[in-house]
Design a protein around this ligand. Structure first.
Ligand SMILES: NC(=O)c1ccc[n+]([C@@H]2O[C@H](COP(=O)([O-])OP(=O)(O)OC[C@H]3O[C@@H](n4cnc5c(N)ncnc54)[C@H](O)[C@@H]3O)[C@@H](O)[C@H]2O)c1
Length: 256
């Protein structure tokens, strides 16, 4: 018996690099997992990969930035699977540009998917959880939500917004026994950062005390912890899973 036996878990961005690994972790612990993604090919591919390992999950098409769509899809899931127990908001986009060159289109897309998407999915799921009298929401923010990374102004702002949103929602939902937490990953091996290779990657790894990028499974196990009863008194928290990135300040040259 896993920690999530019989529980319904929705993972948005579930067909993405981190999403599939998160779905695998929950499915392996007995959850009824819904792989929700705007790209149905990604969602189906993720479900097929799980099936090959003897795990089950359901693919669903969703646009997290579309309120009517989120309400319809989550309503159908809640009816089919007897409510919603866990929501992981992982859907995200990243557009690179210095702020003075940032197009309004990219700024708005980033805020709409990364922040408004979290607002819509979290609040719609929370209404179902309130009815059940319990639930857990994990919003995937980023270390970029608390430390600036040049060329990613819209992304950074969206992730800072996710952290603040998470804190407020946790306060408002505490009395209903719904916990809300944020995960702050540092660089994780997924398609989102596939362009970081060679010297660029090396420079970034040097900035991380553990000296490497994370594996998606390392994010998945932290998320499963936050979602589980093991974290029953943790809410409103922003958990950095970052190999020490946020602790790092400056390396004096005497240390080479
Ligand atoms: N990979 C990293 O280094 C890293 C670091 C910090 C935070 N994050 C965050 O982790 C989360 C997962 O990222 P990833 O690395 O797996 O990236 P990814 O690009 O592999 O996956 C993102 C997924 O989100 C989906 N998506 C995009 N727009 C959507 C929409 N409107 N509705 C529904 N789904 C949508 C995509 O189709 C994709 O499957 C994101 O929120 C990302 O910002 C990633």
């Amino acid at each position: 018996m896993g920690r999530f036996q019989g529980r319904t878990v929705i993972v948005t961005g579930g067909g993405g690099g981190m999403g599939v690994e998160i779905c695998r972790t929950f499915a392996a612990e007995g959850a009824k997992v819904v792989v929700a993604d705007v790209n149905m090919d990604f969602a189906s591919r993720g479900v097929n990969a799980l099936k090959q390992q003897g795990l089950d999950a359901t693919p669903v098409a969703i646009d997290v930035a579309d309120r009517d769509n989120v309400e319809k899809v989550f309503g159908e899931i809640a009816q089919r699977f007897d409510g919603i127990d866990v929501l992981v908001c992982g859907a995200g986009v990243r557009r690179m540009a210095p702020l003075l060159d940032h197009s309004l289109e990219d700024w708005e897309l980033t805020l709409r998917v990364n922040l408004t998407g979290v607002f819509l999915c979290s609040t719609v799921a929370a209404r179902h959880m309130k009815r059940k009298g319990k639930g857990s929401i994990i919003n995937i923010a980023s270390v970029n939500g608390v430390r600036a990374c040049e060329g990613m102004g819209a992304y950074n702002a969206s992730k800072a917004g996710v952290i603040s949103f998470t804190q407020t929602l946790a306060c408002e939902l505490g009395p209903h026994r719904v916990r809300v937490n944020a995960l702050l990953p540092a660089q994780t091996e997924t398609p989102m950062i596939a362009e970081q290779v060679g010297e660029e990657r090396q420079r970034r790894e040097e900035r991380i005390p553990l000296g490497r990028y994370a594996q998606p499974s390392e994010m998945a196990s932290a998320i499963a912890f936050l979602a589980s009863d093991d974290a029953s008194f943790i809410t409103g928290h922003a958990l950095a899973v970052d190999g020490g990135y946020l602790a790092f300040g400056f390396r004096p040259s005497v240390y080479g």
